[in-house]
Design a protein. Structure first.
Length: 129
C-alpha cells in the first residue's frame, strides 16, 4: 500500500494522480470517503493553475489581485500580502496565483519556490528574487 502523509496538502496533489494509477482500489475508497477528490484529480489533469494568462486580464499581477480579493477569505489576505511584499514582477505574481488557487495560506509553495531560486542562484543558474 502506498504511504502518503496527507493527500490534501498543497504540495501532495501529485500523490492523488499516482494513487489512481498505482492503487485504483484505494483511490476508489478515497473518492467514496472524500467527495471532492476525483474533481480535484480531474482539475489537476486539466491544469488548475492556468498555463497562460486568462483573456480577461492583461497581467499576472492583475489576475493575482483579482483572485486574492474574490477567492481568499479576509482572514488570510494579510498573510498573503505580507509574504509577497518583496516579491515583485510577473514571475512572482504567477507563483502567487498558484498559492491562491491551492489555498496555500500557510505559504508552503512560496517557501519552496524561494528555496529553489536561492539554490539555483548559489549554483549560478539565475538570480534570486
Amino acid at each position: 500500500m502506498m504511504g502518503v502523509s496527507s493527500l490534501i496538502h498543497e504540495t501532495a496533489h501529485w500523490a492523488i494522480q499516482y494513487m489512481q494509477l498505482v492503487e485504483p482500489e484505494t483511490f476508489d475508497r478515497l473518492v467514496a470517503r472524500l467527495g471532492g477528490i476525483n474533481a480535484y484529480n480531474m482539475m489537476h489533469d486539466e491544469g488548475y493553475i492556468p498555463k497562460g494568462l486568462p483573456e480577461a486580464f492583461s497581467t499576472w499581477t492583475g489576475y493575482r489581485d483579482y483572485l486574492l480579493e474574490k477567492l481568499t477569505p479576509e482572514k488570510y489576505r494579510a498573510g498573503f500580502l505580507h509574504r509577497w511584499e518583496k516579491q515583485e514582477g510577473e514571475r512572482w505574481a504567477r507563483e502567487h496565483v498558484a498559492e491562491i488557487l491551492t489555498n496555500d495560506w500557510e505559504g508552503v509553495k512560496n517557501a519552496n519556490t524561494r528555496n529553489t531560486l536561492r539554490h539555483k542562484a548559489k549554483r549560478g543558474q539565475g538570480r534570486y528574487g
